[in-house]
Design a binder for this molecule. Structure first.
Ligand code: MEV
Length: 429
């Protein structure tokens, strides 16, 4: 999409939005067909995806608009059931856009595999033996998945840790091999698990121990994506609040989350409100992304805020978010779910690294949306405005009637479909 600014998108009908998107994205008839279809995920496809299938479960799919990152525009497909999230992300993206957009970057997509070895006669010797053979172990891992090197990836490093070394530990001593693999555009779980399983016999031979687990770690600390935004205070002004007041409120809200795990959990949940919908829409494993994100938030031993908000020398609000991001562009449900395929088309990212950056930027925007509302009017005001609109629509309001009736419902503090129906009748007369 050339631009992610689509004024009035919000007030269009679903049909109008679909037609516009089809045109703007140059969607093929097949893709557009999925967008308009009543059952985009066919039952036989679903039946082949998981076990004991009895149906499919649908979620609303919305578009996060106005996102500008590193000078490129993105329309962001978001699958989520919670009202306000898409509106809030788009609102903040518009503010950040006017401030020059998000800047993002990411490491290579280096995922981590773990091999657990117990019962070594001498753990330090076992560690040394493995490190001595590091090169050949990496080579053996690559031989287990040769196609990855053709794509420019492959196993590239190996580390060994000893756990529970202290005498009197209530857990068994064990040796953990970390295998680091650049999985390119694949999320990487299958690649890593195949490699880790293939190394197990060699590892047992070198350590004289017994291998138990051979599995991907969902904390890929070498697969990070970062987003940053810098917003002058005049762009933050809202209602009766000055930009400086909003900025300071956001920083205080951040400091609360940074120093209190009870608040950090909710603060971070708000970040995941932006991240999960994109991960889901693009057919990725959101449980993996969630698990990694929370582990990163506790990397220093205390669970804390995922984002950092501060003020720069010009008085601008600066927001930063860094997260592990184990998402892919190929494989898994991305290959089979038609809406996931469509979401990739709409998002128009070229690599999993780029996708990871987009996702982190949406998380940062979502966090600012929540903090800005919480530090000013409170979130209920915005929620009520959106809720009253959907009540008005449910009561049959269309076009300009929607805003008028939604405002009356709020004014009269009666946000009910029955009341909205009365107002629709009144308007028609
Ligand atoms: C609600 O889904 C998310 C918030 O609670 C996040 C936050 O408190 O920062 C609004």
């Amino acid at each position: 999409m050339e631009t992610s600014r689509i004024p009035g998108f919000y007030n269009m009908t679903v049909e109008e939005r679909r037609r516009l998107l089809t045109k703007m994205e140059n969607l093929t008839d097949k893709d557009a067909g999925y967008l308009f279809s009543k059952e985009p995920l066919a039952m036989d496809t679903a039946d082949n995806m998981i076990e004991n299938v009895i149906g499919t479960f649908q979620l609303p799919l919305g578009l996060g608009l106005n996102f500008l990152m590193n000078g490129k525009d993105y329309c962001i497909p978001m699958a989520i059931e919670e009202p306000s999230v898409v509106a809030s992300a788009s609102h903040i993206a518009k503010i950040v856009r006017n401030a020059g957009g998000f800047t993002t970057d990411a490491t290579n997509r280096v995922m981590t595999g773990q091999i657990q070895v117990v019962g070594c006669p001498d753990f330090n010797e076992a560690k040394e033996a493995l490190l001595k053979q590091k090169k050949s172990l990496i080579e053996a891992a690559n031989n287990a998945y040769p196609s990855l090197m053709n794509r420019g990836g492959g196993a590239e490093d190996l580390e060994v840790r000893i756990l529970n070394e202290e005498s009197g530990s209530k857990y068994s001593q064990m040796l953990i091999v970390h295998l680091y693999v650049n999985t390119c555009d694949a999320m990487g779980a299958n690649i890593i698990n195949t490699m880790a399983e293939s190394l197990a016999p060699v590892v047992e031979g070198l350590t004289n121990g017994k291998v138990y687990l051979r599995i991907l770690s969902n904390y890929p600390e070498r697969c990070l994506a970062r987003a940053r935004c810098v917003i002058p205070p005049d762009l933050l002004k809202t209602g009766d609040f000055t930009g400086e007041e909003v900025r300071d409120g956001v920083i205080h809200a951040y400091e609360f989350a940074a120093s209190d795990p009870y608040r950090a959990v909710t603060h971070n949940k708000g970040i995941m409100n932006g991240i999960d919908p994109v991960v889901i829409a693009t057919g990725n494993d959101w449980r993996a992304v969630e698990a990694g994100a929370h582990a990163h938030a506790a990397r220093d031993g205390v669970y804390t805020s995922m984002t950092v908000w501060s003020k720069d020398e010009h008085g601008s609000l600066v927001g930063e978010l860094e997260l592990p991001m184990s998402v892919g562009m190929v494989g898994g449900s991305i290959r089979v779910h038609p809406i996931a395929k469509l979401a990739h088309k709409i998002l128009n990212v070229d690599s999993a690294r780029e996708l990871a950056q987009v996702i982190v930027a949406v998380g940062l925007a979502q966090n600012l949306g929540a903090l800005k509302a919480l530090a000013t009017d409170g979130i209920q005001k915005g929620h009520m405005a959106l809720h009253s609109r959907s009540v008005a629509i449910a009561a049959g309001a269309t076009g300009e009637m929607i805003d008028m009736i939604s405002e009356r419902l709020i004014e009269e503090k009666e946000i009910r479909v029955g009341k909205a129906k009365e107002l629709v009748e009144e308007y028609k007369k």
